[in-house]
Design a protein around this ligand. Structure first.
Ligand code: ADP
Ligand code: ZN
Ligand code: ZN
Length: 736
């Protein structure tokens, strides 16, 4: 424990503490023990109003703005060592400033709830209990009314190596067990940590020329670069590069963090990782139980785990020996949190890695345009892997002009013919459609009305199997009734979702095994693994799916990809819509021909002449990238300009807009070189009965934007409290 024997005058005994509340400040307390100061980054218990809270020490000072006699004392120092290392704490404080989010909430994101509630931050020791000879002899001497003790003794009599879990499952209290232990009726032994892994001796593939080249370049870089952009086409073997780099770090006793878009969707990757790094691997994602999350955190914190694989929030994992951060599919939207604390895990990774001189690898076949720009200006070092591993080469892209075919059919004739060809050769086909459910629109021809959600500005999607309509924005559902309740005529179903396409396919290819992969089809636990297994084993012949299918899967027998509703992206309004469509098309296409049989990609569209389509046709995605960046530069979109969106919502539309008008007015009065656009309604204005609107701030100078937002927030905090408007800051927004 830290003891500082100094006289009181020089003591830094004013303690800045972040409490887990949505307040944009820290609070000062006095250290209750005169000579014992809590460490920065340690947990402390403090009085707060009528409550007690567990906070984190941010800093220690000699002085406070609050008069000393008004300061309260810290009640308890929970940790004698920091549980948030200096490097991570500084990252969190930076996040709070950069994303304009309350520090207490930022810290909350970084800690598992057990830690926030004060549980030990030391690794948990697994123990096994066994009955002693004394215990066996004494079992009859236990008082009859000590029922729990008798129950426990019977458990120990019948089982060897009883775990705490078994004790808990038998509803026996810790107290009972400790009691028996003190009487020496039972004994405990500490279990060394053994994970159940059936290690399959994996024969490591011989690296390709490109893989070797990339690995050597990264290894030999002498600290002048922290970040590498690994641009490797789909199936170029990026994952193997990651694994070899992680191995290098393990050899140096360093930790690696591997971020992936969605863990549930990549069981292949997880099993590969478990095979290679089983004993030193931890997994972190939102699907874990509190206990699992706590254990992963402890293992990372104690450096027992050398490899941490996780989703977005794992960027806040404690990593005392951090050597490497890898962000797979770095362009993926899931790295940006889209509500509350709207952080970008990718950007935080760069910040964090710089602090400790760790390396960052951003990997993708279709990097974000922001990262491309950063590599162009030399912030990131670009590494290329232009060749695919198998003999198949790049898939051939073909366009189906839907203007020439019956427009009401989502499966055009040329597409069906091509499918027949691939099925005949016993290969697999993937059909991509970015819409789940049966159909998006239920329409009455007489009333000219669609069935909308009562809470949102949106149509309800038909889910035929369950005979319901669901709003995909608020989750509201109701029974499907095709009869119009106004005019009693039969309504028609317009458009197609994955379910309807599957139904159509069953009619066209009745003997074919068809599998659907979307959020609905994997809602039951374990379902995703079952589906992926059916695809990998070749059981499924046609796979219909959404965006989920784009996420780095490696399906060996797939030779044809069909893209059904391309035009949704072409017609999108956001400046990023076209770019995203292009990325998706390249990613989905990349699922075809991953081994030795060349793949074919069919794109259905009403806009065959669109530049995006033609550049993909001509295998010229790079040209598309260059043109998109040029377009962004011309229009002063990011990354050539900075953006912050001030988002607000309320049940009261009028109040919402006058609130935003007021913010806009204050902003304009500041006279900073910042462009202010709006207030404008959000893309879908009413969601869950609330109106959403926003102000867009744009500037060439990032710091001007931040100064303005800081000042705005402090002004808003002075407004009369009104709970009717909720607002939120979105720095570097990905959606407008
Ligand atoms: P990417 O992540 O770039 O899409 P993957 O890492 O999934 O590509 O690799 C594609 C396939 O090639 C995988 O099945 C992988 O096991 C295999 N592979 C990777 N590297 C090699 C190699 N050096 N030799 C042979 N096969 C490899
Ligand atoms: Zn009607
Ligand atoms: Zn709704």
């Amino acid at each position: 424990m830290t003891k500082r024997h100094t006289n009181e005058k020089t003591l830094d005994n004013i303690i800045h503490i972040a409490v887990p509340l949505s307040v944009r400040r820290s609070f000062d307390y006095l250290s209750s023990h005169k000579f014992l100061l809590p460490e920065i980054g340690a947990r402390v218990k403090v009085p707060f109003g009528k409550n007690e809270l567990i906070g984190i020490v941010l800093d220690r000072f000699k002085k406070s703005d609050v008069p000393k006699e008004k300061l309260k004392n810290i009640l308890l120092i929970i940790d004698d060592k920091p549980i948030i290392a200096r490097e991570l704490l500084e990252t969190l404080i930076w996040c709070s400033n950069y994303y304009h989010h309350p520090i207490g909430e930022v810290i909350k994101h970084a800690l598992p709830s057990h830690i926030r509630k004060g549980k030990p931050a030391e690794p948990i020791i697994d123990v096994a209990w066994n009955i002693t000879d004394l215990g066996k002899q004494s079992i009859n001497k236990i008082r009859k009314n000590a029922r729990n003790q008798i129950k426990a003794m019977n458990l120990f009599l019948m089982n060897d190596n009883v775990t705490d879990e078994l004790i808990k499952n038998n509803n026996l209290a810790k107290k009972t067990i400790n009691n028996l232990y003190e009487k020496k009726f039972i004994d405990k032994k500490i279990l060394t940590h053994k994970k159940k892994i059936t290690k399959i001796e994996e024969i490591l593939p011989k690296l390709t020329f490109d893989q070797k080249n990339v690995i050597n370049k990264i290894k030999s870089e002498k600290r002048s670069f922290n970040a590498f952009l690994l641009k490797g086409v789909t199936s170029s073997g990026k994952t193997e590069v990651y694994l070899r780099l992680i191995e290098e770090e393990i050899k140096k006793n360093k930790q690696s963090l591997l971020l992936v878009p969605e863990i549930g969707l990549t069981p292949q990757l997880i099993s590969r990782l478990t095979n290679r790094f089983g004993k030193v691997l931890s997994i972190m994602h939102s699907g874990l139980s509190e206990m699992e999350r706590y254990k992963s955190w402890l293992n990372a914190c104690s450096s027992k785990s050398k490899v941490i694989v996780g989703t977005r929030s794992a960027i806040f994992a404690p990593l005392p020996e951090l050597g490497l951060i890898i962000i797979d599919e770095e362009h993926d939207l899931s790295y940006k949190q889209q509500e509350g604390f709207r952080y970008s895990a990718r950007d935080i990774a760069i910040f964090r890695a710089k602090k400790v001189n760790a390396k960052v690898i951003l990997g993708s076949a279709t990097p974000s345009f922001e990262s491309l720009h950063n590599s162009n200006i030399g912030k990131y070092k670009l590494l290329n892997m232009p060749k695919r591993i198998g003999k198949a080469g790049k898939p051939k892209v073909m366009i189906i002009d839907q203007n020439k075919h019956a427009s009401n059919n989502i499966l055009s004739t040329p597409l069906v013919l091509a499918m027949q060809k691939h099925l005949k050769r016993n290969n697999q086909i993937l059909l991509f459609l970015n819409r789940r459910g049966y159909a998006p629109i239920l329409f009455c021809k007489e009333c000219k009305k669609t069935e909308g959600c009562i809470r949102c500005d949106s149509n309800m999607t038909i889910h035929k199997s369950k005979e319901i309509l669901i709003c995909h924005h608020c989750g509201q559902n109701k029974r499907l009734n095709t009869i119009c309740n106004k005019c009693n005529s039969n309504r028609i179903i317009l458009g197609s979702g994955t379910q309807r396409v599957t139904e159509d396919l069953v009619n066209i290819f009745p003997k074919t095994r068809i599998i659907r992969l979307d959020r609905d089809s994997i809602s039951k636990k374990g379902k995703i693994i079952e589906i992926l297994e059916k695809i990998e084993s070749g059981y499924a012949q046609i796979i219909v799916g959404t965006q989920m299918l784009t996420k780095g899967h490696d399906f060996p027998n797939l030779t044809m990809v069909g893209i059904l509703n391309t035009d949704q992206g072409i017609l999108g309004t956001d400046f990023r819509s076209n770019e995203r469509l292009a990325q998706t098309l390249v990613q989905v296409s990349g699922r075809a021909g991953r081994r030795d049989i060349p793949g074919e990609v069919y794109i259905q569209t009403h806009f065959p002449e669109h530049p995006l389509i033609s550049s993909l046709m001509n295998d010229n995605y790079e040209e598309f990238e260059r043109e998109s960046l040029a377009r962004r530069r011309e229009s002063r979109w990011p990354p050539f300009n900075y953006m912050i969106i001030f988002r607000a919502k309320s049940f009261d539309k009028h109040k919402l807009f006058s609130f935003l008008e007021k913010i806009s007015k204050i902003s304009k009065e500041k006279n900073l070189k910042v462009r202010i656009l709006g207030p404008a309604p959000a893309m879908i204005e009413r969601r869950f009965n609330k109106f959403h609107a926003q102000l867009l701030f744009q500037s060439e100078k990032r710091n001007l934007l931040h100064i303005l937002i800081k000042e705005l927030i402090s002004e808003i905090e002075k407004f009369k409290k009104n709970g009717q408007i909720q607002w939120n800051i979105d720095v570097d927004p990905l959606e407008l």
